[in-house]
Design a protein around this ligand. Structure first.
Ligand code: NAD
Ligand code: AHE
Ligand code: ZN
Length: 369
């Protein structure tokens, strides 16, 4: 079949809207009509050329929602007409990782996914007879996409696609990092670095977890109002702190953060996020994705004296199990998604979403097909 898609032909160049060829689903795969997709900073990261796994031409996008329109042989867990959210972290429920409660990082299809291919090693997308690569196993910047059955979460049918698509990455990543990765306890002091599409969801998660103090750190003063609405109690703009940010935050939190979260992808900030944690027990969670070649550093003494450094992918969520629950939380009014979706646009205007992000004007842009 033919499908409209935004194609990334080259790093650093705008996406181009094209009609591409899409092969139907093979065994264990499903064809999904994407109804809406968010644009995450990770899409911009890969498009910029900073992703060591970035390959072109590809169809980016990993924060979608849609409807199953066809299934390949052997598919049993979803059927035509089901509403689904694509999962860049699948859940096969069989691999060594899925069977270990300590991780959500299903590895069943990770190696082919990282090469922009379906699990059988081929691409379903092509243009003028030449293959176009998948991205993060999802390629939601295409109106129709093919996914492995283990990479879709079935969701309730009354959930609006143009809102719950954000659960496909940002919402789950931010809230999940608080409740599943860090397991923040009531009364905690939390510091969040970067108040964009992820950091604001960390703030929302910290409020849900019952944190007492939620400090937000961002260079963009326009982030303060939205962050306060989501539960931030103190705002810090590093550009306005005279001197070193770390002692400032340690003093503000009266000894250091119980938990900090880096939601930017900046290795210098990652160090600050670790070092502002409380001696003896503070835990810092890296969520931000850093460019190829970047490395983190700190004095090992920071860890010897009880600070913990960890990371979180997709908020520690097991997609097929946890994503439908988060959709329920949204539908029950327990979490806010609507306020964070600051812009919507048709696929033809998708490059505007990247411009708005660069200018710091959007929290989340959502493309509606
Ligand atoms: P975003 O662009 O919406 O937000 C980033 C925020 O950081 C902005 O508000 C910006 O003003 C702020 N910022 C930039 N530099 C700063 C600095 N030096 N100090 C303080 N604030 C600064 O991006 P996003 O969509 O929220 O994504 C954030 C990061 O999380 C990205 O690196 C993205 O790739 C990553 N991410 C990771 C996962 C995961 O599973 N680990 C999932 C989604 C996104
Ligand atoms: N490809 C990059 C790393 C990108 C990365 O860390 N991706 C996150 C999700 S970001 C979503 O917005 C993730 O889940 N990583 C786990 C995984 O297995 O990819 C690189 O550095 O090579
Ligand atoms: Zn993302």
């Amino acid at each position: 079949m033919k499908t409209r898609a935004a194609v990334a032909h080259q790093a650093g160049k705008p996406l181009t809207i094209e009609t591409v060829d899409l092969e139907g689903p093979r065994a264990g795969e499903v064809l999904v009509e994407i109804k809406a997709t968010g644009v995450c900073h990770t899409d911009e990261f890969t498009l910029s050329g900073a992703d060591p796994e970035g390959m072109f031409p590809a169809i980016l996008g990993h924060e979608g929602a849609g409807i199953v329109v066809d299934v390949g042989p052997g598919v049993t867990s979803v059927k035509k007409g089901d509403h689904v959210i694509p999962l860049y972290t699948p859940e096969c429920r069989q691999c060594e990782y899925c069977l270990n409660p300590k991780t959500n990082l299903c590895q069943a299809i990770r190696s082919t996914q990282g090469q922009g291919l379906m699990p059988d090693g081929s691409s379903r997308f092509s243009l003028d007879g030449k293959p176009v690569l998948h991205y993060m196993g999802t390629s939601t910047f295409s109106n129709f996409t093919v996914l492995p059955e283990i990479a879709v979460a079935k969701i309730r049918e009354d959930a609006p696609f143009d809102k719950v698509c954000y659960i496909g990455c940002g919402v789950t990543t931010g809230i999940g990092a608080v409740i599943w990765t860090a397991k923040v306890e009531p009364g905690s002091k939390v510091v969040v670095f970067g108040l964009g599409g992820i950091g604001l969801n960390v703030i929302q998660g910290a409020r849900l977890a019952g944190a007492d103090m939620i400090v937000g750190v961002d260079l963009n003063p326009a982030r303060e109002a939205m962050a306060r609405k989501f539960g931030m109690t103190h705002f810090v703009n590093p550009a306005e702190v005279g001197g070193d940010l770390v002692p400032y935050l340690v003093s503000l939190t009266k000894g250091g953060a119980d938990y900090s979260f880096e939601c930017i992808g900046n290795v210098q900030v990652m160090r600050q996020a670790l070092e502002c944690c409380h001696k003896g027990w503070g835990t810092s969670v890296i969520i931000g994705v850093a460019p190829a070649g970047a490395e983190i550093s700190t004095r090992p003494f920071q860890l010897v004296t009880g600070r913990n450094w960890r990371g979180s992918a997709f908020g520690g969520a097991r997609g097929r199990t946890d994503v439908p629950k988060i959709v329920d939380w949204y539908m029950e009014g327990k979490i806010d998604i609507d306020s964070l979706i600051t812009h919507t646009m048709p696929l033809e205007k998708i490059n505007d979403a990247f411009e708005l992000m660069h200018r710091g004007e959007s929290i989340r842009s959502v493309v509606v097909y």
